[in-house]
Design a protein around this ligand. Structure first.
Ligand SMILES: Cc1ncc(C[n+]2csc(CCOP(=O)(O)OP(=O)(O)O)c2C)c(N)n1
Ligand SMILES: [Mg+2]
Length: 570
């Protein structure tokens, strides 16, 4: 049966299980998807958020669900030009997003200064251009193959006008299978031998475990091998942080075990230092074993003793089998005791802040009260770039996969709104909280109307400290950027009124005792599918746990034989 190229693409999206398409107008394919029916269109208020919602959905997709977005391309590529930063963030953070756009027709090529292929070849895994209607199935096949296999990253497909029709019987579409590699069994054997010989092994777990849908296999392996677990920021919540062997993302337990370790088994991480991550001091004296799907990660920042090239879930299963074969599984009471003590030390530092009665409110008090009110087994929390990210990744205990979404390498301000929306779509019954500072909220203001329009029962927590606090004068002195820090205080602007006028349920909270009732009211509103905005008038409190071994930003291997030099991170 004949079908137009656009309708063919819409049908293929359905065949691939696409649940929604996020967009900002205009893109020709939108009408085809709408006319075909069956896939809801989520229209955001700019392209950055159209891409970001798809990106966040892919991050929560466990390598099985992929965000799809459309933006305006062609000769007047306002949309594609504006979405560049958002696609770049997906590229940098390894998120598999399908972006569809209008292709520039042959008669218009080189009409504009901007050349889609030239720019996008740098920031996507694959960029395709559909040259004829009959090749639609092939190009969609290639797009989904790139999404489902190998390193997860965004892909861009350009669809020019007037492609005409093709015959679906002659050019049928068959949904793409996800082919996943596992490691060489010899490499697995060597790994377990080294692991059993090590005195102080530690697991270092990244978001590759999510993309491989390997959280259950990770837990199984840890319970057998009895090794303490650090997760990266993006890997946070891949392992339950209330587990006796969890060290968390940052803070005393991580610092102690990372520095003391003689063997680091990295699973599903590129191990890039200093990008909202630790660097490994004295790396040359440690045995580093790395599991990744991409050879580009191996021997990049650290020379590895052993690589386990393959899908994290399959490799974890291999490791578990080999570990049982070689007879592991002893509990180490002294390790568990040390972790307990270090967690107690950390709690002694942050616990009083989390119950502080100070006004303006200490931001940790907001997180402390959120912990009391939110269901740890049925919630989603994400912390925006700035103090919210650093503070929540220090103290928030994630107990279920995707109970927390950490992001950055690049940590683009404003992403938390998209993340909460994606959580609401992925897990409709979960409480979804985006915690943002003044800058994060400023970025998202133009898009919160979309949350109202789509009845997204999410909560935005605004930690209003009237400044970009991490940059200004802090506890350690004048601050690294005191001239570019202050924003309007709450007696000058009233953002809770603005959010209320935009249709959200909103409150301003100034006293610590008002936090819990306000959170409860927000949850009640969310349950009625209404988004809420809670503005907490807080102090500037740029204090959080450091990244271990912080070296010169971006430098590679110069910390290689240096001891840890942990400093306050900004
Ligand atoms: C798009 C983008 N530009 C710049 C930055 C750098 N940056 C990180 S945090 C921050 C300021 C955050 O201030 P605020 O949101 O008020 O949080 P606070 O630290 O005060 O709680 C900036 C400019 C970024 N992360 N993303
Ligand atoms: Mg601020």
């Amino acid at each position: 049966m004949k079908v137009s190229a656009g309708r063919g693409i819409a049908r293929i999206l359905k065949a691939e299980g696409c649940k929604f398409v996020s967009l900002f107008p205009a893109c020709r394919i939108n009408n085809d998807i709408g006319d075909e029916g069956g896939i809801p269109l989520i229209m955001m208020n700019d392209e950055r958020y159209a891409v970001a919602v798809a990106d966040a959905y892919s991050r929560l997709g466990d390598g099985k669900r992929f965000g799809v977005c459309t933006v305006q391309g062609g000769v007047n590529a306002a949309g594609l030009e504006y979405s560049t930063g958002a696609i770049l963030q997906a590229f940098e953070d390894n998120s598999p997003v399908l972006c569809l756009t209008d292709g520039v027709g042959p008669a218009q090529t080189d009409n504009s200064h901007f050349h889609i292929d030239r720019l996008y070849s740098q920031i996507t895994k694959w960029t395709g251009y559909v040259v004829s209607a009959s090749r639609v199935p092939e190009y969609m096949n290639r797009a989904y193959t790139n999404l489902k296999t190998g390193r997860p990253r965004p892909v861009l497909l350009q669809v020019p006008a007037n492609l005409g029709e093709y015959d679906e019987d002659e050019f049928p579409y068959v949904s793409v299978q996800a082919w996943k590699p596992q490691a060489n069994p010899d490499d697995v054997k060597v790994t377990i031998k080294l692991l059993l010989k090590a005195q102080n092994p530690v697991l270092y777990v990244g978001q590759g475990v999510f993309h491989a849908d390997g959280c259950a296999e990770l837990l199984q392996f840890v319970d057998l091998a009895q090794i303490p677990v650090i997760t990266t920021l993006k890997g946070k919540s891949a392992f339950p942080e209330n587990h006796a062997l969890s060290l968390g993302v940052r803070g005393e337990p991580v610092e102690h075990f990372l520095n003391k370790s003689d063997l680091i088994l990295a699973i599903g991480t590129g191990m890039s230092p200093n990008r909202f991550s630790h660097s490994i001091a004295n790396a040359k004296d440690k045995t580093i074993i790395q599991n990744t799907v991409d050879t580009a990660d191996i021997n990049k920042s650290y020379q590895v003793k052993q690589a386990l090239l393959g899908d994290a879930r399959l490799v974890l299963k291999q490791l578990t089998e080999e570990c049982s074969r070689q007879g592991a599984g002893k509990k180490h009471p002294e390790v568990l005791e040390t972790i307990k003590n270090l967690k107690a030390q950390k709690a002694a530092k942050y616990g009083p802040l989390m119950t502080s009665n100070d006004t303006p409110i200490n931001p940790y008090r907001v997180y402390g009260d959120m912990i009391k009110v939110l269901d740890p087994k049925n919630s989603f929390v994400t912390g925006e770039s700035g103090s919210p990210r650093d503070q929540t990744s220090t103290v928030w205990e994630a107990q279920i996969p995707h109970g927390y979404l950490g992001w950055g390498n690049v940590s683009t301000l404003g992403f938390s709104l998209a993340a909460a929306i994606a959580s609401r779509i992925t897990f409709p019954d979960r409480q979804a909280f985006a915690i943002a500072g003044d800058a994060g909220v400023a970025y998202m203001l133009g898009n919160i109307e979309a949350a109202v329009r789509y009845n997204m029962g999410i909560t935005i927590i605004h930690i209003n400290n009237s400044a970009f606090a991490g940059y200004g004068p802090g506890f350690w002195g004048p601050g690294n950027d005191p001239h570019t820090c202050r924003v309007s205080p709450p007696d000058v602007i009233n953002l809770s009124k603005a959010a209320g006028a935009l249709g959200l349920y909103s409150e301003r909270i100034e006293k610590p005792g008002e936090i819990i009732p306000a959170l409860r009211r927000a949850l009640d509103e969310n349950a009625k599918n209404r988004p809420t905005y809670l503005e907490f008038i807080c102090s500037q409190y740029p204090v959080w746990a450091t990244w271990v071994g912080l070296a010169v930003k971006g430098a590679s291997r110069d910390y290689y034989s240096k001891p840890s030099t942990s400093k306050p991170a900004i």
